[in-house]
Design a protein around this ligand. Structure first.
Ligand SMILES: CSC[C@H]1O[C@H](OP(=O)(O)O)[C@H](O)[C@@H]1O
Ligand SMILES: Nc1ncnc2[nH]cnc12
Length: 299
């Protein structure tokens, strides 16, 4: 790869926010001058075309996580292709809007939460862009960008939601909801909310040097409350539909809050010290696939 390609992947000082819309948000966030485009990825098929547009003069690219009409279950989403496609579109940061279950009494359905930690219990998903012939180990101690999460929380409040700042998201494989025993176990582990999609999405964004935050919309109390029946998807979707407009307004408010210039973010350079494989031992085919994700650092 050449120096020209490397400089192409340096971040500009203008925001370009990638929005990954989850359950109930497949129809987008109401971008102005919206244009749908198909972007191909060497990592396979993304969930669908992206919609590029603006809000308050800020560039946004929207991708429906489960595809149009909620076609894909959480374990069949190609998270690698989705993140790769957003990177190819030139997004600087990624905000996920997700439906989540609550594992704590005070996190009530209808509330929003800007999460700051993950426990990953997913098992059957492509969870890294790297592999044999190009090994990389990024730091994931703090998987969420504090600056983006804080702005997303503020934006949620501006849109009228009760927003909890910080919380640990347990990513389960699904697609079935948890048993009561699992739900109680996750509470003992210190998880606050539960969903099926935040991982490997967050870890892939870190590998792609994209600051990531999740504004979760709490839809149910999962299965740990003895007196309740357990989760039904109809209940989740009903709460989601009631809150979708607030989520869209939060994105609009975020656009208005963003400072004019995007400051450099340490996550933009997450790969600086992560690559392990010696140049002579690198796999050319894999290197070619990594042109967007790791184009800034690979030569
Ligand atoms: C439709 S209920 C379960 C489904 O909803 C959440 O999706 P997303 O995170 O994309 O909003 C959850 O993770 C499951 O995929
Ligand atoms: N209880 C729950 N478990 C997993 N994913 C969810 N998405 C919304 N509610 C959920």
């Amino acid at each position: 790869m050449h120096a020209e390609n490397q400089s192409r992947w340096e971040k500009p000082d203008r925001w370009h926010i990638g929005i990954i819309g989850g359950s109930g948000l497949a129809d987008g966030v109401g971008l102005e001058d919206a244009q749908e485009i198909e972007v191909s990825s060497p990592f396979g098929e993304a969930s669908g075309p992206v919609t590029v547009g603006t809000l308050d003069g800020v560039r946004f690219t929207f991708l429906a996580r489960h595809g149009a009409g909620h076609r894909l279950p959480p374990h069949e989403v190609n998270y690698r292709a989705n993140v790769d496609v957003l990177k190819r579109c030139g997004v600087t940061d990624v905000l996920s809007l997700s439906a989540i279950g609550s594992l704590q009494e005070n996190l009530a359905p209808g509330h929003f939460i800007a999460i700051d930690q993950f426990i990953d219990r997913t098992v059957h998903r492509g969870h890294s862009f790297f592999g044999p012939g190009m090994v990389a180990h990024v730091s994931l101690a703090d998987p969420v960008c504090p600056m983006l999460a804080s702005m997303a929380a503020r934006a949620g409040e501006k849109a009228g939601a009760t927003v909890h700042r910080g919380g640990c998201y347990l990513a389960m494989e699904g697609p079935q909801f948890s048993t009561r025993a699992e739900s109680r176990l996750y509470r003992q582990w210190g998880a606050d909310v539960i969903g099926m999609t935040g991982m490997p999405e967050a870890r892939l964004c870190r590998e792609a040097e994209l600051p990531y935050a999740m504004l979760g919309m709490i839809t149910d109390y999962d299965a740990w409350r003895e007196e309740e029946q357990g989760v039904e998807v109809s209940e989740v979707l009903e709460v989601m539909h009631a809150n979708a407009a607030t989520a869209r307004n939060a994105v609009r408010a975020l656009a208005a809050f963003l400072p004019e210039r995007r400051p450099p973010n340490p996550i933009d350079r997450a790969l600086d010290h992560a690559l392990v494989t010696a140049p002579a031992a690198r796999d050319r085919t894999l290197l070619a696939k990594l042109d967007a994700v790791a184009g800034r650092v690979l030569r």
